[in-house]
Design a protein around this ligand. Structure first.
Ligand code: GLU
Length: 252
């Protein structure tokens, strides 16, 4: 069977070595079966994304020697798909509105922070119908959460969330293997739950180590010197980047 993989960066900065590893890993997994490698631009948070970074992603990946299928899926062009998934969950009574601010969530948290911040104490899940109706009528801003586990499926400012957009896109794009860094392993059970509730196919998952620098720190957008564009400008070749990734733990 041919594997369909994707690389799904957010255009919030230039790509660095960690992104290069993730992209090469996904492309390699597709190539092993003569499968397909897709690119997806995860730009639902328009306030953090910039079109020049999107152009930079395409430029850097092409420089690395990667080829992907056109058209590239850009999440902000597909808000209607996420709205349809939300409506399906809402119609079945699986969601509740959450009016909490980030500060209220943090203040009420009794367990340590997880990968997505403070765990939600469930304040708004416990609101009475009358309280809920009053706040909605008053026009209070609200996120939407899954009643069965409090996962946010629509943010207050954006009518989708990372998890919802990813499961809808992976299904619509026919992705059969999701490859990502081990830092996103926590997302699998959350995304599996959404796939089950939405009746979507469940892809396979494979996590790769998160690439770190010589001091064991993970690459981040702040490490300007290690962006692909600065490596390129300082005369480093794509082959040298690939070699560096392979010897710093990149297993592919
Ligand atoms: N857009 C996410 C990121 O930049 C990756 C999401 C995913 O692969 O599911 O880390």
């Amino acid at each position: 069977m041919q594997t369909v993989t994707r690389f799904a960066p957010s255009p919030t900065g230039r790509l660095h070595l960690g992104h290069a590893y993730a992209a090469l890993f996904a492309a390699d997994r597709a190539a092993r079966t003569g499968g397909r490698f897709l690119l997806r631009i995860e730009d639902i948070d328009r306030s953090r994304c910039r079109t020049e970074f999107e152009a930079g992603i395409l430029e850097d990946l092409a420089w690395l020697g990667l080829e992907w299928e056109e058209p590239v899926r850009r999440q902000s062009d597909h808000m209607a798909d996420y709205a349809a998934a939300l409506a399906s969950l809402d119609e079945r009574g699986l969601l509740y509105p959450c009016f909490c601010t980030r500060r209220e969530i943090e203040a009420a948290a009794t367990a340590p922070h997880g990968p997505e911040g403070a765990p939600y104490s469930g304040i708004c899940r416990a609101l009475t119908g009358a309280e809920r109706a009053m706040r909605l009528a008053r026009g209070d801003a609200y996120a939407l959460r899954l009643t069965e586990d409090d996962t946010v499926v629509a943010r207050k400012d954006i009518r989708t969330s990372y998890h919802l957009a990813v499961v809808v896109d992976d299904a619509l794009q026919g992705v059969t293997l999701v490859t990502r860094g081990a830092d996103l392993a926590f997302a699998v059970p959350i995304q599996n739950r959404l796939q089950r509730l939405l009746g979507l196919p469940v892809p396979a998952y494979e996590h790769h180590p998160v690439l770190t620098d010589a001091d064991g720190r993970r690459f981040a957008k702040r490490d300007r010197a290690l962006t692909l564009v600065s490596l390129r400008e300082s005369g480093v070749s794509p082959d040298a980047v690939q070699a560096r990734i392979r010897c710093s733990g990149g297993v592919f």
